[in-house]
Design a protein around this ligand. Structure first.
Ligand SMILES: *Cc1c(COP(=O)(O)O)cnc(C)c1O
Length: 367
């Protein structure tokens, strides 16, 4: 069975393509989760995550689960029942945040912006003045619509009102400008399979000291054992290290190598490569007569939403791309289903040669 699987060029909303060095790291002999060498690797991993996130946060680790677990972790640790929370929505993943926060008993208000538009700092300021929110959550890079939200501006607004600022950086981390301390972020979560270019399975998270103090002062224990940050920190930096769960060592090897690749290339260079590849893709698509969903200033370079031309059948094109050309692109979600394609140029995928491969295939199919 395994030897019949295709090698697919992954150009959808994640997972993205994996660098050969990351595959090599995955195939290393596995290790005990409390082995001294493994613990040293975890320390280094933590330092590299802090470096790439531009944060001093001690509570910066990678959870053994996907990006959605990062969302659960941040919310279950920080929310206490009945706390007022504002969630800024403009797509599928911010709406998921509303669901998760509501299940945990937060009193959620939603400030909604249309799908495909950015979250506007002026409107957010107005909303924040209406009542004292304890927590404010939003998505940085909205993978469902291809919008990059201006969190650098919004973070300081939230901080000035005294609320905790929670950011979904699942798609932005590794691909876009994300300076956790400068952006006044109190907690964020990401994943391994988008701009970091690993298979899925890990979720980097970071909590400010202020957020960790909020967790320490909870009236009731965090109502989730697996995602309890106080317990996880005893494994990631306790002395002696305490067993919490059996860390998937090979996934951590892979993440370690993926971060090394970014550090070797240079973080700024990696971000610039995403922008250059994006500009090349958009220009080429426009030459073919296609147009983008999102207005230019708010476009997310790593995830491009393209309007499907009239008379073109969404599924037939994606099916042909996958079957004949072994390329995966993403479909629209929710109200955008059938109306857009989502073209990811994240991490190792984000290279001009991959754009050329995709465009050649699309030209053949569209005629
Ligand atoms: C992919 C994604 C998630 C969910 O992550 P999983 O790894 O699929 O659990 C959450 N938020 C955003 C913005 C995403 O793009």
């Amino acid at each position: 069975m395994l030897n019949t699987l295709d090698e697919v060029l992954l150009m959808g909303p994640g997972p993205s393509s994996v660098h050969p060095r990351v595959y090599k790291a995955l195939a290393m002999p596995t290790m005990g989760h409390l082995d001294a060498q493994f613990l040293a690797l975890m320390d280094k991993l933590k330092e590299n995550l802090k470096d790439l996130m531009a944060t001093k946060n001690e509570a910066t680790i990678a959870l053994s689960a996907t990006g959605s677990s990062g969302m659960e972790a941040v919310l279950v640790n920080l929310i206490e029942e009945n706390e007022p929370m504002l969630i800024i929505t403009n797509g599928f993943f911010s709406e998921r945040m509303v669901d998760v926060a509501s299940r945990l008993g937060a009193k959620v208000d939603v400030l909604e912006f249309p799908w495909g538009k950015h979250a506007d700092p002026g409107e957010i300021t107005k909303k924040l003045k209406e009542k004292p929110y304890k927590l404010v959550g939003m998505v940085h890079a909205e993978t469902s619509t291809g919008v990059l939200n201006p969190i650098a501006e919004i973070g300081p607004l939230v901080r000035s009102m005294g609320a905790y600022f929670i950011v979904d950086a699942v798609t932005s981390f590794g691909g876009n400008e994300l300076r956790v301390d400068d952006f006044c972020i109190d907690a964020l979560y990401s994943c391994s399979q988008k701009c970091l270019g690993c298979p899925s399975g890990l979720s980097p998270v970071s909590f400010s000291d202020r957020a960790m103090e909020k967790i320490a002062a909870r009236k009731k224990k965090v109502p989730n054992f697996y995602l309890d940050m106080t317990l996880l920190m005893k494994y990631w930096s306790g002395s002696p290290r305490a067993y919490h769960h059996t860390a998937p060592a090979n996934m951590y090897f892979a993440l370690y190598e993926a971060l090394n690749l970014i550090l070797e290339e240079g973080h700024d260079r990696v971000k610039a490569r995403h922008i250059e590849t994006h500009e090349y893709l958009v220009q080429s698509l426009e030459k073919m007569g296609l147009s983008m969903l999102v207005e230019k200033p708010w476009r997310l370079p790593n995830l491009n939403t393209v309007l499907i031309p009239d008379g073109v059948e969404d599924f037939a094109v994606r099916k042909e791309l996958r079957a004949t050309h072994k390329i995966e692109i993403g479909a629209g979600l929710g109200s955008l289903a059938g109306k857009i394609w989502r073209i990811g140029i994240m991490g190792h995928t984000g290279r001009k040669e991959n754009v050329d491969t995709l465009l050649a295939a699309l030209k053949k199919i569209l005629g």
